[in-house]
Write a protein that binds this ligand. Structure first.
Ligand code: SF4
Length: 367
């Protein structure tokens, strides 16, 4: 396989991709709109790597890159003006999307395919932070897909187990990501993740990443692991304290220092490289601030998954610019070397966003 064109991947994730027509939009896995975490994007394969590329954002509509109408196999040419730049593919829609539970809930409302082979779900589609505009994270769209009827508020352990089993058997899904809105209570979602993992592992053998805020009591890490959670994500998102207060006023009540102590405790349970965090580049943190915290995280054994911010339609930050490709390259090049030097690589993660790597081209910068 030729070396991946990481410049193109970085540019596509920063600028987004215009889709030539409705047929292009309908090809492959349905694009994701709203929901927790990055959204408004579509999976495309570039040089054998599946990446998530913004297609519904304001910047994507103005992107210099246009995907032409695909052929019957989902292959499309990306044009920049009149110049063909690359061949891409839209991965096909998974078989489990056609199924539903006995009560009539479509499997795709319970979990979705991310990247190439990841089953992803938001166990609780509600969040104490999201209930008031004053406290909500300004980049988040967790309530949008619920309001639009594309998902359900609480996925039960039984529903998750049923869908995970089907996704593994029918579509060869390799790992699972379970995130959650933060519920009231000091466990911050750890309990619902543990209950869900337990039921899934009883139904099918699949590595699982749990994602939640740091719980108040570090003993939750052992409980989650004993229940079947293999890797843990606790997402800083923004790293500069003043910016955290501005962009995520509710979540900023859990200070960075608590994240760092929770990371140390979690690495003791899950192991080096099996705990990760998500950092959204482009929201105002400087390159130096991001690289500096990544250095501390790597020293603890935490994989810092730095992802370009995607301005999601309908959120307070929908008009905030996505980071430039130059900014992302200036971050990911040194970060890729730091990650390699620390011996923590995407490929060694058992499950989760860092392993999937579709929301950032970091893995192709790792040395
Ligand atoms: S990196 Fe995480 S959020 Fe992004 S597509 Fe992969 S599993 Fe989903």
């Amino acid at each position: 396989m030729p070396p991946p064109n990481r410049e193109l991947m970085t540019e596509l994730q920063s600028f987004g991709l215009r889709l030539a027509d409705a047929q292009t939009a309908a090809t492959g896995v349905a694009s994701r709109r709203g929901g927790a975490g990055p959204s408004d994007h579509k999976a495309v394969t570039v040089d054998g790597h599946v990446i998530m590329v913004p297609v519904h954002t304001g910047s994507a509509f103005a992107s210099p890159y246009v995907a032409q109408t695909p052929d019957a196999f989902g292959r499309s040419t990306v044009m920049k003006g009149s110049i063909p730049i690359a061949q891409i593919e839209f991965p096909r829609s998974p078989r489990f999307y056609k199924m539903q539970t006995l009560e009539g809930v479509p499997y795709s409302h319970i979990a979705t395919l991310h990247g190439a082979d990841v089953l992803a779900t938001t166990v609780l589609q509600t969040c104490i932070r999201y209930e008031s505009r004053r406290k909500a994270c300004k980049f988040c769209a967790i309530g949008q897909s619920l309001a639009a009827g594309r998902t359900i508020a609480h996925k039960t352990p039984e529903q998750l187990a049923e869908v995970a089993r089907a996704a593994v058997l029918l579509d060869g899904v390799k790992h699972m990501v379970m995130t959650t809105g933060t519920p009231p209570g000091s466990d911050r979602g750890a309990q619902v993740l543990a209950e869900s993992a337990f039921a899934i592992k009883a139904a099918v053998d699949i590595p699982i990443q749990g994602q939640c805020e740091p719980p108040d009591d570090d003993r939750w890490f052992e409980r989650m692991q004993a229940s079947g959670v293999d890797t843990l994500g606790m997402h800083l998102e923004v790293v500069t304290p003043e910016l955290r207060e501005q962009i995520m006023p509710g979540k900023a009540m859990v200070p960075v220092a608590r994240y760092l102590s929770a990371f140390e405790a979690a690495v003791k349970v899950f192991g080096r490289g099996q705990v990760s965090t998500y950092i959204l580049a482009g929201l105002g943190d400087t390159r130096e601030a991001i690289l500096s915290i990544c250095e501390s995280l790597l020293a603890i054994g935490v994989y810092p998954f730095v992802v370009p911010f995607v301005p999601i339609s309908g959120t307070p930050l929908e008009d905030h610019a996505a980071p430039s490709p130059e900014f992302m390259k200036a971050l990911l090049e040194p970060l890729g070397a730091m990650v390699g030097a620390a011996g923590l690589r995407s490929a060694d993660i058992k499950a989760g966003c860092g392993k999937c790597g579709a929301c950032s081209s970091l893995a192709v910068y790792e040395t």
